[in-house]
Design a protein around this ligand. Structure first.
Ligand SMILES: C[S@@+](CC[C@H](N)C(=O)[O-])C[C@H]1O[C@@H](n2cnc3c(N)ncnc32)[C@H](O)[C@@H]1O
Length: 266
């Protein structure tokens, strides 16, 4: 995605309040904990690329264990923060759509955590997934998360206008409900939505619409890309299910972690 919408999202990620939001030392999400437990014995032999590293939430957990670690983000402000907060690790300003700094087959593990990939439209998302695959060594591990379109009814419900006992809260509900429907006017006619872009209130609507996808469709995208050993975990469960598990189609979690491997030696 290029143009004003993309600039809006990028500008939000450069702003001090959003950098501060992602700089809070939050822990790992449940699927990331599962992943770290699985990788712990072998991370010391792995070269890791952490895309969309933000304020370094994942850095503090993965970087000390990896053989080499590079965190990248297209926000120069996020990278400036990371360099100060984690002076012993490497960081660079880079856009996930053009990982030109990285040679083919140069990483064992590529991560794009916490739905950063959803800021892109579908065509660019496929470009990013292709780039992540390109820089992976044969047998290398690709992990990212993405918003789940099964969760959209809960988003719609969150922005339903409600009368509260306090006038202030009622006016607040009116304001955000109006903004939501002004930006997502046709959403009710698109539901249930298999995949598509929605203004979900992230960063108080300062970012462009985010991509939501049903987990089984997300899995199909990865298969199409030639990835194997695909597994998925909802952010609230942390339990990875095989990519062909029929429960994925109905999975209700707000977002889904996708883990897969590039074919080849492991
Ligand atoms: C939701 S934040 C998550 C930050 C961090 N990974 C975390 O889990 O706390 C998404 C991050 O992805 C970055 N990002 C979004 N689009 C990007 C792109 N095309 N290339 C590189 N970074 C991107 C943003 O600047 C932001 O830091």
């Amino acid at each position: 995605m290029t143009g004003p919408a993309a600039d809006l999202t990028h500008a939000a990620y450069e702003s001090p309040d959003i950098v501060a939001l992602y700089a809070r030392p939050d822990g790992l999400q449940k699927p990331e904990e599962t992943l770290l437990a699985q990788l712990r014995p072998s991370l010391g032999t792995m070269d890791m690329l952490d895309i969309g590293v933000g304020g370094g939430r994942t850095t503090r957990h993965f970087a000390p264990l990896a053989r080499t670690y590079l965190g990248v983000d297209y926000s120069a402000a996020m990278i400036a923060h990371c360099r100060l907060a984690f002076p012993s690790f490497r960081f660079a300003v880079a856009d996930a759509r053009h990982l030109g700094f990285a040679a083919d087959e140069s990483y064992d593990f590529v991560l794009f955590s916490y739905n950063g990939i959803d800021h892109l439209d579908r065509a660019e998302r496929l470009t990013v997934l292709g780039e992540m695959r390109r820089v992976l060594k044969p047998g290398g591990l690709m992990v990212f998360s993405s918003h789940n379109s099964n969760y959209l009814p809960s988003i719609v419900d969150r922005f339903r206008f409600r009368i509260h006992s306090s006038v202030r809260e009622t006016l607040r509900s009116l304001k955000w409900s109006s903004v939501f429907w002004a930006k997502n006017g046709l959403l009710q006619y698109r539901m249930p939505l298999a995949s598509g872009r929605v203004h979900d209130g992230t960063h108080s609507f300062r970012s462009a619409a985010l991509y939501y996808v049903r987990p089984d469709i997300g899995v199909a995208e990865l298969r199409h890309l030639g990835m194997v050993d695909i597994a998925c975990a909802g952010n609230e469960s942390g339990e990875f299910l095989a990519g062909d598990d029929p429960r994925l189609r109905q999975d209700p979690n707000p977002w889904i972690y996708y883990m897969s491997r590039k074919p080849g030696r492991t």
